[in-house]
Design a protein around this ligand. Structure first.
Ligand SMILES: Nc1nc2c([nH]c(=O)n2[C@H]2C[C@H](O)[C@@H](COP(=O)(O)OP(=O)(O)OP(=O)(O)O)O2)c(=O)[nH]1
Length: 136
């Protein structure tokens, strides 16, 4: 049976309607694909606690994790991921890539201009549709 992992990911938006996107390094699993920063939920943590910890570890900044905006299960060849995207705001510091190959801020409507980890595609499409609706 495939292992199932529960992963929280941060959708961090700045005041120019840009979203923080992180490029997985070549030596990580799912290499060279873009993702929302975050990671696995550990025993005893709620979603917000897990995300705030992961972002401090990965990006060396403090966020406040807010509500769930997307919850989706995707089956990879080797594992099943329950990817939960939460809205989040930076409360102190500036994100620094300590594990990722690169961090970029992408305009929300252009999120599909990079190649996302397959599990992220529905969340990305939902975010793009939200901007289209907001601007129509
Ligand atoms: N953080 C994050 N991980 C994602 C996303 N989409 C997606 O498929 N993943 C996958 C990549 C990893 O296999 C897993 C998250 O694991 P992790 O960030 O805690 O740790 P990791 O890269 O060291 O993972 P691993 O090599 O130990 O499997 O979820 C996403 O948007 N954000």
């Amino acid at each position: 049976m495939k292992k199932k992992v529960k992963v929280v990911a941060a959708v961090i938006e700045n005041n120019q309607e840009e979203v923080l996107c992180a490029l997985r390094a070549h030596d990580m699993s799912i290499p060279n694909k873009w993702e929302f920063p975050g990671g696995k939920v550990e025993e005893g943590e709620n979603l917000q606690q897990a995300l705030e910890r992961e972002i401090q570890e990965e990006l060396r900044c403090d966020i406040k994790a807010e509500n769930v905006i997307y919850d989706h299960t995707h089956e990879y060849d080797s594992f099943i991921i329950n990817l939960i995207a939460l809205e989040a705001n930076i409360v102190s510091g500036t994100p620094v890539a300590t594990e990722h190959a690169k961090l970029i801020w992408l305009p929300k409507e252009n999120l599909d201009s990079v190649i996302w980890a397959p599990a992220d595609i529905p969340a990305v499409e939902t975010l793009i549709k939200q901007t289209e609706r907001a601007h129509s």
